[in-house]
Ligand binder design. Structure first.
Ligand code: NAP
Length: 259
């Protein structure tokens, strides 16, 4: 904002999360901030479910195993993982993406638990979901999927204590923001703690440097922050950004204001 100078009128974020923007500084300077909510909900929920399936059923690990010529014969106990259908999933943050993820989980016959600061009775009824207290639900959930925004309240929400409270053999999926999870504690929880596996579209740091411990664990599935990377989704996001920019530059109320 300093570098742009007083001519800066609008910051149109090409994303829904705005944790990389100093909103207070923008407000103080009269700069509008906009984002792209809604259009990326389904694409991001799709990727979260893909990571859940891949981490549980060891898709990336199996792919490496086959490609590297290590597969010799079918084994009754080869590549076992937790069942997805009928399992219990805890959705942390029951907003747009959390609920879209829960719709997918329902299709897999999963029991759906969720946390949020405000109860969501309509979504509960529609999805058969049950609101729970995070610390009480962690030992019960076979899968935990994160869908909260990164805020001072959610930063390191999944610290060592919470990660080690998770059910033995459970799977963590993060398509929210890397800093919602304590990375060092996550590595320990995957190596020696309760976690069977993790599926991570977002990490802290991001990108992960080559050789980072997360990249060396077989039971981690990684994608490069591509939650919204559906073709049609990105086109819609681009259009929203342009509309917000044009409105902001013209001094009109932008369609998707954050500040
Ligand atoms: P949203 O509709 O605002 O949903 C976020 C939900 O989190 C809200 O319903 C809020 O409900 C809940 N929440 C906030 N603080 C909480 C807390 N401390 N504990 C429990 N719940 C809390 O946002 P969205 O569109 O679903 O997006 C969610 C996040 O996903 C974004 O902020 C972004 O960081 C991330 N994202 C990532 C990708 C990717 O490419 N990987 C793509 C899109 C979005 P209450 O107010 O009732 O608590």
């Amino acid at each position: 904002m300093d570098a742009a100078g007083p001519g800066l009128k609008v910051i149109a974020q090409y994303a829904v999360g705005v944790d990389n923007i100093d909103l207070e500084a923008a407000r103080a300077r009269g700069i509008r901030v906009t984002n792209t909510p809604g259009v990326l909900t389904e694409a991001t929920a799709d990727l979260a479910f893909a990571l859940l399936l891949a981490a549980a059923r060891r898709v990336a690990e199996g792919d490496r195993f086959v490609r590297e010529g290590r597969w010799r014969c079918w084994l009754p106990s080869g590549f076992l993982g937790p069942e997805v259908h009928g399992a219990t999933v805890l959705v942390v943050g029951f907003g747009r993406i959390g609920q879209a993820f829960a719709r997918r989980a329902r299709g897999f016959g999963m029991e759906i638990l969720y946390t949020s600061r405000v109860p969501k009775p309509e979504a509960e009824a529609a999805l058969g979901a049950r609101r729970v207290a995070l610390d009480e639900a962690l030992p019960e959930a076979d899968f935990v999927s994160l869908h909260v925004p990164l805020t001072p309240e959610t930063e390191r929400l999944f610290d060592e204590a919470r990660l080690f409270r998770m059910k033995p053999g459970s799977v963590l999926v993060n398509t929210a923001r890397g800093r919602v999870v304590d990375t060092e504690a996550l590595v320990r929880a995957l190596q020696e703690g309760p976690l069977f596996a993790a599926g991570l579209d977002v990490t802290d740091p991001e990108p992960l440097p080559q050789g980072h411990p997360l990249t060396r664990l077989e039971n981690v599935v990684l994608t490069p922050h591509v939650g919204s990377a559906g073709r049609r989704t990105r086109e819609r996001m681009a259009r929203m950004v342009a509309e917000n920019l044009l409105a902001g530059l013209a001094g009109k109320e932008p369609p998707n204001p954050v500040v």
